[in-house]
Design a binder for this molecule. Structure first.
Ligand code: BJW
Length: 258
């Protein structure tokens, strides 16, 4: 990355009318939450996703899957938004039209005061009926759970309760995906932060934006599946680079004042 790349990214974001941001696990890495595909610390380096993150896995061994998500909830509880989350909320303040499309389930964007958020893969803090017996999703308040059961039982139908996240082989929440696709089709700039770009359909959103004429900026310490599409590639952690972009945008703001 050159300082020219950083300046270009700041100018693109400063001038854009419609900014789309796609985030993945990397944006929360500096908050102490492990990513999925890091070769050493990634969740999938230690656990087999097919045994833990599919509806079939839950049907086979609901207690194992429930306990794994309870363990991850415990790990996530102390996590705080980092400088990258905070900078994204500041970029939202500047953009006339903005969507932060996230694959993350940790809700750290909300806690950093981002507002226009689209959740593609759900929220780990929420629970729902496995059968969605009262409509999709049938969310169940944590207080209403029969905590003696592991997993607890749905108060409506008696079936199992599960975390409100999207597992492999499940469709994404349709309204969220439709909103994300619509916005990516009409954005001027798309910022792709901390995602490997291997999980569909989220990964295709940057190609949707690119084909529609948007400039794509990628922030990631590694080369990813998105990299060939990126107009600007910033090979650094998001908690370091995003605040620098915000400072440059603030400088542009100051110099544009008469
Ligand atoms: C930093 C950093 C720092 C580190 N700063 N960066 C088309 C083709 C092929 C397959 C499919 C397809 N369509 C659908 C599929 C199947 C499947 C899929 O995509 N499989 C691929 C893996 C091959 N998709 C699905 O099943 C989806 N459903 C669907 O499409 O329904 C319709 C359908 C069904 C069946 C068949 C066909 C169609 C659902 C996907 C659900 C994903 N769920 C998970 C788990 C959520 C719950 C949980 O947490 O347990 O979501 S998997 C996991 O991956 C999680 C993430 O949201 C998702 C994406 O991962 P992410 O965020 O990119 O993390 P990493 O770890 O991969 O990358 C982190 C990055 O950060 C790295 O690049 C680092 O370098 C970087 N980084 N530190 C910035 N400080």
């Amino acid at each position: 990355m050159t300082s020219e790349d950083l300046q270009t990214a700041a100018e693109l974001l400063y001038q854009a009318q419609r900014v789309a941001v796609l985030t993945g696990a990397g944006v929360s890495e500096e908050s102490g939450i492990p990513t999925f595909r890091d070769a050493v610390d990634g969740l999938w380096a230690k656990y087999d996703p097919m045994h833990l993150a599919t509806p079939q896995a839950f049907q086979r061994d609901p207690k194992l899957v429930w306990d794994w998500y309870e363990y991850r909830r415990t790990l996530m509880r102390p996590a705080q938004p980092n400088n990258g989350h905070i900078a994204l909320a500041q970029i939202e303040q500047h953009a006339p039209e903005f969507r932060l499309i996230t694959q993350n389930i940790d809700e750290l964007h909300e806690r950093a005061r981002s507002r226009k958020i689209v959740h593609l893969h759900g929220k780990i803090a929420e629970n729902k009926c496995f059968a969605n017996c009262q409509g999709t999703p049938t969310l169940i308040d944590r207080e209403a759970l029969d905590l003696l059961g592991t997993p607890p039982h749905c108060p409506h139908c008696g079936g199992y309760v599960r975390p409100n996240v999207v597992w492999f082989g499940e469709t994404l929440p349709q309204d969220a995906l439709a909103q994300a696709v619509d916005f990516c089709q009409t954005c001027d700039v798309m910022l792709v932060v901390g995602t490997s770009g291997v999980v569909q359909p989220a990964a295709s959103l940057s190609t949707v934006a690119k084909r529609a004429g948007a400039k794509v900026i990628e922030i990631n310490p590694d080369i990813t599946a998105f990299s060939p599409w990126a107009d600007v590639k910033l090979l650094h952690p998001s908690g370091i680079i995003l605040p620098k972009i915000v400072s440059l945008m603030q400088q542009l703001e100051r110099t544009s004042q008469p």
